[in-house]
Design a protein around this ligand. Structure first.
Ligand code: ATP
Length: 298
């Protein structure tokens, strides 16, 4: 399982994530939604070891990985499907898979499925037809499949997906969400960044909203489906660019919640400051409805 607690992270001394906490049980899908620039990718990168947290814990099956470099985090069982896929243009699909299969995981044997190249090709049959194609000859969907296959071949217990449907045709994005559900059924803990709330509700067991680097809402997808208004309200200001295309001005309440002045600072907000009190939305605690089934590998 993945347990992130008290996570503060950012860039060049500026803080983007403030006291972030999130838990993902084995077999569970946790979606994180939030407005542009809320810190979603930073969260994924901090978990994956690509951004070094200032403080806080990133525990995978009880072992704190915070501050370890990305390759060691990967070896400890965290797979990343990055935003934009990051497929190598000159390598073939087969080469991508061979490289990934060569990454050895340290530590105890995985309780989940052990992924092999034939296994991922069975899961993603389209790739079997494209083994000789180079990265730059693949469609966006095929590149996404390569990115997922590559992550699975590192034998993750935790899978992080940063906007996996981005740039894909709706039908293909829906297939990726189906695939995510199947991977969770195989026992993985999955943290997925989703831009669209309906997609998050569809794919996830639980939803968390990140706003200005803080978790301001968390509840089951079922609860959000039944009453999406609170989350929609948190996300709605997202598109509210000012008429002149400038920086949106948060309400006073929002500014108070963020402990900042009403005009949002740029990417790095100066030296790290003590986190102001957490925002008002309650943090729900309803349990996951998913039963892990590690033995049901696809
Ligand atoms: N490498 C970086 N160096 C400095 N600042 C960064 C860097 N990456 C992101 N940021 C800043 O951190 C903040 C959070 O960015 P992040 O990419 O985590 O947000 P996001 O919620 O994923 O946004 P989006 O939905 O637009 O992808 C933004 O203000 C962004 O400009």
């Amino acid at each position: 399982m993945l347990r992130v607690s008290g996570l503060h992270a950012g860039y060049d001394g500026g803080t983007v994530l403030h006291d972030v906490g999130v838990e993902v049980a084995a077999g569970e899908v946790q979606a994180v939604v939030g407005r542009n620039g809320a810190g979603k990718s930073t969260l994924v990168h901090a978990v994956a070891g690509l951004v070094r947290p200032y403080r806080g814990e990133v525990r995978v099956d009880g072992v704190d990985l915070a501050g370890r470099p990305a390759h060691r985090v990967a070896r400890a069982g965290v797979g990343l499907v990055p935003q934009g896929r990051r497929v190598f243009p000159r390598l073939t699909v087969a080469e991508h898979l061979t490289l990934a299969a060569g990454v050895r995981r340290r530590g105890t044997a995985s309780s989940g499925p052990r992924w092999t190249v034939p296994g991922v090709l069975e899961l993603l049959p389209r790739l079997a037809e494209r083994l000789r194609h180079r990265g730059d000859q693949l469609s966006g969907g095929e590149q996404q499949m390569v990115a997922i296959a590559r992550a699975l071949l590192t034998q993750p217990r935790v899978l992080l997906l940063d906007e996996p449907g981005e740039g894909l045709a709706p039908e293909l994005a829906a297939r990726v969400r189906e695939l995510i559900s199947r991977l969770a059924s195989a026992g993985l803990s999955i943290l997925v960044i989703e831009q669209q709330l309906p997609h998050a509700i569809e794919v996830a067991d639980r939803i968390a909203v990140l706003d200005y680097g803080r978790v301001v809402f968390t509840d089951s997808s079922a609860a959000v489906r039944a009453d999406p208004a609170p989350v929609e309200a948190l996300l709605s200001v997202a598109g509210a660019a000012t008429p002149d295309g400038g920086v949106p001005v948060p309400s006073d309440q929002e500014a108070a919640r963020n402990g900042s002045d009403p005009i949002r600072p740029g990417p790095v907000g100066g030296p790290e400051e003590p986190a102001p009190p957490p925002g008002p939305p309650p943090v729900a605690t309803s349990p996951s409805t998913v039963t892990p089934s590690p033995s049901s590998a696809p």
